[in-house]
Design a protein around this ligand. Sequence first.
Ligand code: SF4
Length: 331
Amino acid sequence: MKHRNIAIFVPHNGCPCQCSFCNQKIISGKQNQPSAESVKDAVRVALASKGEYDKTELAFFGGSFTAIDRDYMISLLETAYEFIKDGSIDGIRISTRPDKIDGEIIDILKKYSVTAVELGAQSMDDEVLLLNRRGHTVKDVENAFLMLKDAGFETGLQMMTGLYGSTYEKDVETAKRIIELKPDTARIYPTVVLKGTYLGELYESGVYKPMTLEETVKLCAEILPMFLKAGINVIRLGLHYSDDVKENFLAGGFHPALMELVEGEIYLNEALKQLEKHPKNKPLTLYVNERELSKMKGHQKRNEKALINQGFYCIIKGNLYLDKYTVLVEE
Ligand code: SF4
């Protein structure tokens, strides 16, 4: 099923606090607040573009949608709703903060046919939330999530890894607790330290040591399979690679091919697990699904090199029938 999101960024508007990692204007790449007119233009341009889609949704992303000025929020929703009524689009998606969901907001979202709500949970550890100035608690995440689920929305939860005060173990625990809530979708954002943020200050003064890219890949290679095993669709891993982020980057898990690196690591881990049962220094053949061959070989062949470094001489071959992340070894 081919799905299209018409993304409208509503940057840094209405946030009751300034989260440690956030320079939303850089992240979203937009500085202006969209007007009803600009929403109409964006939809018309998207609808006029080529391509066959089974489903088109308008997505208000980038800030705390339900925390913005109420009249402004309703004007954006009313504009989007006109396109739903005439059948041009199929739904509206929004992202927001967990402490900005209540019964009144839910009624408004329902009234305008909002279909999916994503919550920025970021961590399921109260201390980490506090240290990163999130301004909400784990309980807020759970309460908001259950209200949205009960109201019948498609739900999404976003988590971050490597925040100030977090650890590898705490991030794995956050993934577990998010999975227990059973959202329909998840996004995993490794922390990227940007200029102009509180984390940037902490990093430059030596108080905060962000996770390296290597540590991030290792961690994500552990948590991504946990989500997939639970049947949760991970719709994004890693911050969008943009010139703005690149220019303001200080440290952290940022790479244009982060997903590729993580999936390569998952294959390497699985291959090494299977190879434990086989002798070293002997020719072996590794089979993976043929659509996954490049991931098994790794970004710039790093897995092939890693296997050789560990004493395994393997030819990597494709197979039509193997499941994703499955590795078979033949002597
Ligand atoms: S709530 Fe979201 S948009 Fe607002 S400061 Fe925090 S991360 Fe940025």
